[in-house]
Design a binder for this molecule. Structure first.
Ligand SMILES: [Zn+2]
Length: 424
């Protein structure tokens, strides 16, 4: 079997053209999110690809026009050998009309050892490399003892957790690799949660009442929700600064726990005192924190700030946390993920990388967020490992190095084979 594997690794080099074709094939499916609802054809392609390699396919609409695809390749000795999930998202970052691409974003080209096109780095090269690895195993007639599950999900770019839906549907394994953009680092991640803070007056006052509301002797107990929100924003800044002083995590830059006042909406018309104000915040937290925990910290702090204000004490702010889509309900959650470098699967992945690239992989923390957090949230040990760098993700003339895609495919081939042959 070992000799078989060596020959397979060589095939990745020999069949590079096929691998590049597969990356280009995936890029040609126009799957930007937003607007989303456009992955049906691409997901059908993946489903057919996996089915052809012996996977049993489960395909279901998470949203109309945006199905998840999960392929399961049952192992020959599932009960005694380790199982693996390979996960990637089919949606890509949006392309705005004013972006000055040298090429058409969805018509990929190869130039100077790189594939250029939307999604090249984030993350169709990752999906293609992992798919190609499963193809080579299949063609060589290798049947893994352990189960192999391939998840091609939707919605990652707009906080629609296709991966969460897979977890909810009961898909699990001894380990999961999210083959998203990591420049072949093995990564965990901090998390993100969005939230809305709302300040609302019980009554609506005409603009002409402002004099009585704010000056001596006016006797009108009321306030502008916009002006009161300013106090809460200052409270958020205080807490953010406190976090940056107190909190830290290895491989994360100091101050990476942030509270961004991203969007503010409020008031109804110039003829009225603003009776409502809503603030949309984005909170980043460390890999060892949970979204529930940071949301609670913010709520507790802001409630105390409000308690120190005579009007807010009577009109306390309300909080709405997270959401299931940035375009449907204007909210999202990306849980955090900690990677245990001593976990057997992580060590196997490190070993495979060392063997193929002749260098030690960097194990660190992604400066961004991926679906990896949903595995952490579901209690499935996981890591992010994929080709492409974040400088290229979401960028104009997005590209990925072909050499890196080849290396990645070989590492995955080796890793899938080894982990699938590891006893529970
Ligand atoms: Zn991504």
């Amino acid at each position: 079997m070992k000799i078989n594997l060596e020959a397979l690794l060589q095939q990745v080099d020999q069949r590079q053209v096929e691998l590049i074709d597969l990356v280009e094939r995936l890029i040609r499916f126009q799957t930007p999110a937003p607007p989303a609802r456009n992955t049906e054809e691409a997901q059908q392609f993946v489903a057919a690809f996996l089915q052809d390699k012996g996977f049993v396919i489960d395909k279901w609409d998470v949203y109309p026009g945006d199905p998840n695809v999960v392929g399961v390749l049952k192992g020959s000795a599932s009960d005694t050998y380790k199982s693996l999930i390979i996960n990637g998202h089919m949606d890509v970052a949006e392309v705005s009309p004013d972006e000055a691409w040298e090429t058409t974003p969805f018509t990929p080209i190869v130039r100077d050892g790189a594939i250029i096109g939307r999604g090249a780095a984030d993350m169709k090269a990752g999906l293609a490399g992992a798919l190609f690895a499963t193809q080579l195993l299949h063609e060589a007639g290798i049947r893994l003892p352990g189960d192999l599950t391939f998840q091609s999900v939707i919605g990652e770019e707009i906080g629609e957790a296709g991966t969460l839906e897979c977890c909810k549907r009961g898909y699990s394994a001894d380990f999961a690799v999210v083959v998203d953009t990591s420049d072949l680092h093995i990564q965990g991640q901090g998390g993100v949660i969005t939230g809305w803070i709302t300040v609302k007056s019980k009554q609506t006052f005409h603009d002409a009442t402002r004099r009585s509301m704010i000056h001596a002797g006016g006797k009108l107990f009321g306030a502008s929700a916009i002006e009161k929100m300013v106090k809460l924003i200052q409270g958020l800044q205080d807490l953010e600064r406190h976090w940056s002083v107190i909190k830290s995590y290895p491989d994360c830059p100091p101050g990476a726990s942030t509270i961004n006042p991203a969007v503010i909406e409020g008031g109804r018309h110039a003829a009225f005192i603003a009776d409502e104000c809503r603030l949309w915040i984005t909170v980043h937290f460390y890999p060892n924190e949970t979204h529930e925990q940071v949301a609670k910290e913010i709520e507790e702090h802001i409630r105390l700030v409000a308690a120190g204000d005579v009007w807010l004490r009577d009109n306390p702010p309300e909080f709405t946390w997270g959401g299931s889509s940035m375009i449907e309900d204007r909210g999202e959650i990306f849980p955090s993920l900690e990677v245990d470098p001593q976990h057997a699967a992580v060590r196997a992945l490190i070993g495979a990388h060392e063997r193929i690239l002749n260098s030690q992989p960097i194990v660190d923390v992604s400066p961004t967020v991926t679906d990896g957090g949903w595995f952490g949230d579901a209690g499935i040990p996981a890591a992010i490992y994929g080709p492409g760098d974040l400088g290229n993700a979401h960028s104009v003339n997005e590209q990925v190095s072909i050499q890196q895609v080849v290396d990645f495919t070989k590492v995955m081939l080796q890793f899938i084979y080894e982990w699938g042959h590891t006893k529970k």
